[in-house]
Design a binder for this molecule. Structure first.
Ligand code: ES4
Ligand code: ZN
Length: 325
């Protein structure tokens, strides 16, 4: 009974989307030509053919090199505004967008270029009826010294983003590696989240560190928590948001983790549905809701609860939340 028209039209918040993961083949090609960057392909179809991977490593090997086409403030604006238009078509009313400054500063692009372009797009999103905010992520496979330096560069811009996150390759890069940066960011009034990807080595230990030792408010993915009843209990008591991404899951694992999402919903964990890297994983947020609902026979009530959870675990003010709930 849940149709794609229903999942597309449902008002929702998106809490887990990487702006660099919204780079569609047509925009990639356009920016490559505009900036005279050789990406090895000259047609949209040929760029599309490179969007192929079957695990995290092969995905990241396509993902990071693609960023070379992003050079100017206008490029970052165009990337973000194109995403926001698609989000509007998916009835996203509020979005908290991840960006990876180190993926850009490490290739010589100034932090200001990145954040000013993205921020300007979030301001213009008001005209699309979307409240858009930014979350700065640290690349966890870079050093903690690099994270320290990135936070120092970012703090003068702290009015332009609302929180910090942690992404990229989790293998042997536990949350606690960045404990000091999380402490400093919290002291600066920023919100805290961290990726705890599905089925990682040390998944439960990483979730425990993030929740119990670093006071994160959300876990990105985080659905392995279902294996540990005490941590599930903690997540329910502290209203921790879990941002699951079904289509992304099905690229890096044999399944989209629907049973885990349903079990967590049943236990009262505030899990939401999100798109992660929609240009790379075959769909925007409405498609993610629909794929999950279709494959796991979700009821409309369950789909509505997932959308409610997205607003409840968002970082908008309590006053603003009342408008959506
Ligand atoms: C990511 Cl799928 C995935 N995993 C880890 N880090 C990421 N950054 C963007 N997409
Ligand atoms: Zn992610």
């Amino acid at each position: 009974e849940v149709t794609s028209t229903f999942t597309q039209g449902l008002p929702k918040a998106e809490l887990h989307v990487h702006i660099e993961g919204t780079l569609e083949p047509d925009l990639k090609l356009k920016l490559a030509q505009r900036n005279h960057v050789d990406i090895g392909q000259t047609t949209i179809e040929d760029v599309q053919k490179t969007y192929q991977y079957d695990d995290l490593a092969s995905f990241l090997a396509v993902y990071y090199p693609a960023m070379n086409v992003l050079q100017t403030e206008q490029d970052f604006y165009d990337l973000a505004f194109a995403y926001l238009q698609r989000a509007a078509a998916n009835h996203v009313r509020h979005v908290e967008i991840f960006f990876d400054p180190q993926a850009h500063t490490s290739r010589g692009i100034a932090f200001a270029t990145v954040i000013n372009g993205l921020y300007r797009a979030t301001v213009d999103a008001r005209a699309l009826n979307i409240d858009a905010r930014l979350i700065m992520c640290f690349l966890r496979d870079f050093s903690k010294e690099s994270a320290r330096q990135t936070l120092a560069e970012a703090l003068p811009y702290k009015e332009k983003f609302i929180g910090i996150g942690l992404d990229s390759d989790e293998h042997n890069n536990p949350p606690l590696k960045f404990a000091r940066q999380y402490e400093d960011a919290a002291a600066a009034g920023l919100h805290l989240t961290a990726h705890c990807d599905i089925d990682q080595k040390d998944s439960i230990e990483h979730i425990r560190q993030a929740l119990e030792m670093m006071d994160v408010e959300r876990l990105d993915h985080g659905t392995n928590i279902v294996e540990d009843p005490d941590l599930v209990d903690f997540a329910v008591r502290h209203q921790i948001g879990l941002t699951s991404c079904p289509l992304s899951n099905s690229f890096v694992s044999p399944e989209m983790k629907g049973q885990e999402v349903l079990a967590l919903l049943e236990k009262g964990v505030k899990v939401s549905i999100n798109s992660d890297d929609p240009a790379y994983f075959g769909g925007y947020i409405g498609d993610n809701y629909y794929a999950l609902a279709d494959q796991f026979a979700l009821t409309k009530a369950q789909v509505v609860q997932l959308a409610r959870n997205s607003f409840e675990t968002s970082w908008i003010s309590e006053d603003q939340k009342r408008l959506y709930l």
